[in-house]
Ligand binder design. Structure first.
Ligand SMILES: O=C(O)CCC(=O)C(=O)O
Ligand SMILES: [Fe+2]
Length: 224
C-alpha cells in the first residue's frame, strides 16, 4: 500500500485541473486528439508509478484482444501485460476520481455523453509492442474517448516506445508521442488508428476508455 497525503492534493488543485481540461476540450474539438505533456498532477503521477512498480507480477496478465468470451491472447497484435484498475486501493481511487473529473468536464463542455470508464495499467518490457489498431469500431458505439498517460521518467527519443497516432487509414507517418512521465494523450477512439513501437527499456502507462451507455432494454452493458 502506498502512503499518500490527503486526497484533495492528489487531484492537483481543481483550478489547475479545470484549466487543463479546458485545453484538452479545445484540442478535441479542433483536431479530435490532444497531447499534453506534464498533464497529470505530479503527486498522483508519482503515486501511480510507485504503485505500478510494486504490483506483484502475478497481478499483471498478458494482454488480450476483446472482452468476455471473445477474449483472445494475441501475441501477433500486442505483447504487453496489463492490470485493470479498480477503486479498491487509495491510489486507484485517486486515479478514478481524477479521470471522473475529466469525464464530467468533457460532458459539460462537449456534450459527449460519456457514461462509464474502464482503465488498466500496462507494462511493456523491452521489445514489447502493440501493432496498429483502433480502440473502437464504427457502428459499435461503445468506446468513445481513449486516454493514455505515461510514467517513465527521463525517457529519450532514442529509447523508442513511442505511441504513433495516425490521422486515418491512409496516414503512414502519424504523430509520435514520447511516453514521458505525466504526458496525457486523449483521442476519439473510432477516429485514430495507433500503435506502440518497441522500446529498449521498461515502459509504464495507464490506458483508459470512456464509453457511452449502449444498454438496451434486453441487455445490460457493464463496463468490463
Ligand atoms: O500505451 C500506449 O501508448 C497506447 C496503448 C494502446 O493503444 C491501448 O492500450 O489500446
Ligand atoms: Fe489503443
Amino acid at each position: 500500500m502506498v502512503a499518500l497525503r490527503q486526497r484533495p492534493s492528489m487531484g492537483g488543485d481543481s483550478t489547475g485541473d479545470e484549466t487543463l481540461f479546458g485545453l484538452i476540450a479545445q484540442d478535441i474539438e479542433k483536431q479530435g486528439y490532444s497531447i499534453r505533456p506534464g498533464a497529470l498532477p505530479e503527486e498522483l503521477a508519482n503515486a501511480l508509478l510507485l504503485y505500478q512498480q510494486n504490483l506483484e507480477t502475478e497481478k499483471f496478465k498478458r494482454a488480450g484482444i476483446g472482452r468476455g468470451d471473445d477474449y483472445l491472447e494475441n501475441k501477433f497484435v500486442r505483447t504487453d501485460e496489463i492490470c485493470w484498475i479498480t477503486g479498491e486501493t487509495e491510489v486507484g481511487k485517486a486515479w478514478l476520481d481524477w479521470s471522473s473529473g475529466l469525464q464530467s468536464f468533457l460532458n459539460r463542455r462537449l456534450f459527449l455523453g460519456l457514461f462509464s470508464f474502464e482503465s488498466h495499467f500496462a507494462h511493456y518490457g523491452p521489445g514489447d509492442y502493440y501493432k496498429r489498431h483502433y480502440d473502437a469500431f464504427k457502428g459499435e458505439a461503445n468506446r468513445v474517448l481513449s486516454i493514455v498517460v505515461y510514467f517513465n521518467t527521463g525517457w529519450t527519443h532514442e529509447e523508442g516506445g513511442a505511441l504513433v497516432l495516425y490521422k486515418d487509414d491512409a496516414d503512414k507517418e502519424g504523430v509520435k508521442v514520447v511516453p514521458l512521465m505525466g504526458t496525457l494523450v486523449t483521442f476519439l477512439s473510432e477516429e485514430f488508428p495507433h500503435e506502440v513501437l518497441p522500446a529498449t527499456r521498461d515502459r509504464y502507462s495507464i490506458a483508459g476508455w470512456f464509453r457511452v451507455n449502449t444498454s438496451a432494454t434486453d441487455k445490460v452493458d457493464p463496463p468490463l
